[in-house]
Design a protein around this ligand. Structure first.
Ligand code: SAH
Length: 196
């Protein structure tokens, strides 16, 4: 798995915050992702009332879709602007509270209680804080993680899922020597070695 020149590349949290401030968010899909529609049945597998996790969630509209279907959605996002835009763009009232276990973190929860977005780094989370999940929608998440942090990210995700959980992962395929990323190129061989 040759990820070429991307191996050493690091995008800092500050750079992500700047992207949000500048409106440099080409990754955001206003209409939601067609692959979630296509594979929704695989994720749900006939189950209802699931707890679904959105790592590095941005303001993904798919969170609203799943909440409207009766699932409970938890996301994590470093940009408070993104979190606030999510709630305001869907006209969802929310409340905001500190997360006692994580210094400086805040949790934004829809008043209806079915969408909880943690504003902090994903690396600050653990299952003792957010519990475990029945499903994961990983789009723009593993591919946005710095290549040097992938192992840590995968270990955390494995820790955050229930035994019978289902995990949908979207990656992009391209020549990593032609684009510096993100999104980073994550070959299938690497996914196998990260997740087993
Ligand atoms: N999954 C979303 C957003 C993808 S872009 C979508 O499909 O639209 C990646 C997002 O991860 C950005 O919004 C960025 O601000 C956020 N992010 C980057 N590093 C993070 C970290 N360590 N913890 C939490 N969020 C992070």
């Amino acid at each position: 798995s040759d990820i070429g020149s991307q191996k050493e590349r690091v995008v800092t949290e500050e750079e992500w915050l700047q992207k949000w401030e500048m409106g440099n968010i080409g990754f955001h899909k206003e209409q939601g992702h067609p692959l979630l529609q296509k594979y929704l049945d695989v994720l749900l597998n006939g189950r209802s009332g699931l707890r679904i996790f959105f790592p590095l969630c941005g303001k993904a509209v798919e969170m609203k879709w799943l909440a409207d279907m009766g699932h409970s959605v938890v996301g994590v996002e470093i940009s408070e602007q993104a979190v606030k835009e999510f709630f305001s763009e869907h006209s969802l009232p929310y409340c905001e509270e500190p997360v006692p276990e994580i210094t400086g973190a805040k949790m934004f929860q829809s008043t209806s209680g079915n969408i909880s977005l943690y504003c902090c780094s994903i690396y600050d989370l653990s299952s003792s804080i957010v519990g475990k999940f029945d499903g994961v929608w990983d789009r723009g998440a593993l591919v946005a993680v710095n290549p040097c942090d992938r192992q840590r990210y995968a270990s955390l995700m494995i820790n955050l899922v229930e035994k019978n959980s289902l995990y949908l992962l979207v990656t992009v395929s391209y020549d990593p020597n032609k684009h510096k990323g993100p999104p980073f190129y994550v070959p299938e061989s690497e996914i196998k070695s990260l997740f087993g």
